[in-house]
Design a binder for this molecule. Structure first.
Ligand code: CA
Ligand code: CA
Length: 257
């Protein structure tokens, strides 16, 4: 009987510790190393099949000088900080690849939400839920590129460019126009819905993967010195994990000191 009680005590402690571990909000941490990023393989859901598009992320740079890539699908879409100003580039099929600039800045050490939308007519950019810039420079279907989906750097002509330094969290790509006017930014983690094409919470690395919570399985991986780091603000509400994932939230995770 004593042995049984002891066994259940151990089981309870283990399951409790798993829950605690799963309940930590982390973000992607990059230090400006040119080859470090989170990368997911190319998939039609990430470019060719995007009829309407919203791409968004929370960013907290520790260095916003120069060109710092947040999200990049080379020759299709990207969001970057260029000398602290948010910019986005879009490429529709058969058209050129160019930047749209906002007047909005991110500041080192501060969390900022950025979102872009493209409805095959207009490209729009929002910062902290506020409409900042639009362009009708592109129209029609997005380009289709073979490049990986990258968070934190880009590759062009075989060379790495624009390595990000700092934290990035809650990267979501949707096949829908989620925002068409100023909006209240959701502070908690997003939950996947039918329009979600990729959703990275960056809370854990599971079996060497950064899980995509969309139905498309666009799982990525940490490349080179990319890490996960515990964060507090602003998205303090945690991702809701399916029950079968609770026990699997283990991996080579670096927590903040
Ligand atoms: Ca593609
Ligand atoms: Ca997170």
């Amino acid at each position: 009987m004593k042995r049984l009680l002891f066994f259940w005590l151990i089981v309870m402690i283990i399951s409790l510790s798993h829950n605690v571990e799963a309940g930590i909000n982390r973000a992607l941490k990059l230090d400006g190393d040119p080859d470090s990023a989170m990368e997911a393989p190319d998939h039609p859901s990430l470019d060719a099949n995007l009829d309407n598009m919203t791409v968004e992320a929370w960013v907290n740079p520790d260095n916003d000088a120069g060109e710092r890539m947040i999200v990049n699908k080379e020759d299709v879409y990207e969001i970057a900080l260029v000398d602290s100003i948010f910019k986005t580039a879009i490429q529709a099929a058969g058209q050129g690849w160019d930047w749209i600039s906002s007047d909005g800045a991110a500041r080192a050490g501060k969390w900022t939400h950025v979102a872009i939308t493209y409805d095959e007519k207009e490209t729009r950019l929002y910062i902290n839920g506020e409409f900042m810039a639009e362009s009708a420079a592109w129209s029609g279907k997005l380009n289709d590129s073979p490049d990986t989906f990258k968070v934190g750097r880009r590759t062009r002509g075989g060379d790495t460019h624009s390595a990000y330094s700092g934290l990035i969290d809650e990267v979501r790509v949707s096949n829908a126009i989620r925002y068409d006017k100023d909006f209240e930014v959701q502070k908690g983690a997003f939950e996947p819905d039918g329009d979600t094409v990729a959703l990275y919470h960056f809370d854990a690395e599971v079996s060497g993967k950064i899980e995509d919570y969309s139905k498309y399985g666009n799982d990525g991986k940490l490349v080179k010195k990319a890490e996960l780091e515990e964060i507090n603000l602003p998205n303090t509400l945690l991702a809701v994990y399916p029950k079968n994932k609770l026990a699997a939230i283990w991996g080579k995770i670096k927590s903040a000191p």
